[in-house]
Design a protein around this ligand. Structure first.
Ligand code: PRP
Ligand code: GUN
Length: 193
């Protein structure tokens, strides 16, 4: 029978290849969904009556944001901004480019910035600075992944899905040269292929 149970697929490969490099299964789809459900519950409790607006950071956060919102049970809104700093590389260029600004008027609103990953922290630092200009009532940060050892700047992280080692990861929205975003699980670079 055909599998219809997305976003947790029946078949989860242990190893994938992307652009000639090997990645091994790190966080499977069920583990991701379980943790995201917890984050959704927590946010629903913390923001009851506040009608928060979730700002997803494109492209990487699209899948996490879509799932997270389905686990939030209070009234909430969504908008997006788009940044880029990695290009097709596995390390940050150190320069954050803003490719799309938010459309929503967030003055006086409770804002949750939703990221797929905080690595060097430069993107999150950039967003926090940028959003301050709009004078929201509050700003909190949500990230599915945090590479603790790689973070170079002090950014407040309010909701963290998983703390992970300093290795390149792909899948579940995270790309390598625009590929692999469609994987339902997260894979980590295999140093000893
Ligand atoms: O903490 P940092 O070192 O700044 O890295 C985190 C950022 O890197 C990725 O974006 P990327 O620039 O690769 O663009 P993408 O989301 O379109 O893939 C990710 O989505 C974060 O926004
Ligand atoms: N795909 C991907 N994008 C990132 N952006 C910052 N760190 C990472 C990472 O480990 N993987």
């Amino acid at each position: 029978m055909a599998c219809t149970s997305t976003p947790v697929p029946c078949e989860i490969p242990e190893v994938v290849e992307c652009r000639g490099e090997r990645f091994r299964l790190f966080l499977d789809a069920a583990t991701l969904q379980q943790r995201i459900a917890e984050l959704g519950r927590q946010i629903s409790q913390d923001y009851e009556g506040k009608r928060p607006i979730l700002i997803g950071v494109l492209n990487g956060a699209f899948m996490f944001l879509a799932d997270l919102m389905r686990y939030i049970t209070i009234d909430c809104e969504v908008d997006f901004l788009k940044l880029s700093s990695y290009g097709a590389e596995k390390v940050s260029s150190g320069q954050v480019y803003e490719l799309k600004k938010i459309d929503a008027d967030i003055r006086g609103r409770h804002v949750l910035i939703v990221e797929d990953i905080v690595d060097t922290g430069l993107s999150m630092q950039f967003i926090l600075e940028r959003l301050k200009e709009y004078e929201p009532a509050s700003v909190a940060t949500v990230t599915l992944l945090h590479k603790v050892e790689a973070t170079q700047v002090d950014v407040p992280l309010d909701y963290v899905g998983f703390r992970i080692p300093n290795k390149f990861v792909i899948g579940y929205g995270l790309d390598y040269g625009q590929l692999a975003r469609n994987l339902a699980s997260i894979y980590i670079l295999d140093d000893n292929p």
